[in-house]
Design a protein around this ligand. Sequence first.
Ligand code: TRH
Length: 377
Amino acid sequence: MAVRWDIFCTVVDNYGDIGVTWRLARQLVAEHRCAVRLWVDDLRAFERLCPEIDVTLSEQWQQGVQVRHWPGEWVPTEAADVVIAAFACQLPSAYMDAMAERQTTPLWMNLDYLSAEDWVIGCHGLPSVKYKHVQKYFFFPGFQAGTGGLLREAGLLERRRQFQQDAGAQRIFLQELGVERAPDTCLISLFAYENAGVASWFDAMASDTQAFHVLVPEGRVLGDVERWLGIDGLKVGALHRRGALTVQVLPFVRQDQYDQLLWCCDFNAVRGEDSFVRAQWAGRPLLWHIYQQEEDVHLEKLEAFLRLYTQGLSQAAQKAISGLWRAWNAGQDMAEHWKATREQQQELAEHAQAWCLEQASRADLAAALVKFYGNWI
Ligand code: TRH
């Protein structure tokens, strides 16, 4: 009998909540033969990542995962063997009762936000609150031994390696998105929140001797791109040139295609949590726009990651990439930092590969969850 898992996801905003839980659900089914129900309160956000989703259905199957729309009114259901509340989302109270009434108590876990801070190691796996006799546990993703690791599907790096070595496959993929990559052009993807740093970064690229082609999936940063171009209402397919810089608006693609987009690019600007991790698996230099939190807590997370990520880099490369990330996250002038980053590009490119391999040497998050359950029972 397959172990039954219930994963609960409330979409707070953006796509990270559903992005992470959908990825995890698929992996538990495909690689660990679990029976997974994914409870989601917002199918429209889900549909952007997986266009097969029928937003009118309360129950459907997608890639072996039972997807349940989780509306206001709860239909009583039996609790699973393992229950995951993603990002501290609140479970329906009737479901909590169902957990407590179950003959065998389920394992209840909170899948937390990703952070490189050291305290995560001490808290990962610890008991959290109790509901009746059902104990909840903290499960922290992370970059270091002693954390729950990162989501990484089996064979991902091999698929990426093959794709990155296959110029023809990349050309076809980009052509399907309407992208023609000119020779000797540095290809960049840009997925970010609103960011005042766009103007100075784009200015720097436009006035360079090197050609740049920036691909912008439609989303929150487009307003800044429009302001820089002096054009309102940019639509998918829009393509504009200013000096050495070509800017092109892409559709928001399905999650697997987004991976391929990252793999094609020489440099990826990403945000939040899931795209941030995917850019690391792309093995290419990246720029992270971290999700903003109250009282600037996110800046500590940014520094914690930079401390880890820049280990082993020369001082010049360390300074360049840290300066670029800090400026980006403060919406400050990017020009000098971009210039410094370009000067260190070879070292940063090699480092991105090494970092990726180092991270991939640890157990992935789905395997760590399955092991946690195995140890628990
Ligand atoms: O959308 P996000 O900003 O999500 C955020 C963060 O997760 C943040 O930590 C969380 O607190 C907040 O949501 C609620 O960024 P993220 O995490 O990168 O998620 C984006 C998802 O969208 C990711 O799974 C990749 C996917 N994606 C596509 O599938 N196609 C695309 O074209 C693009 C640009 C992204």
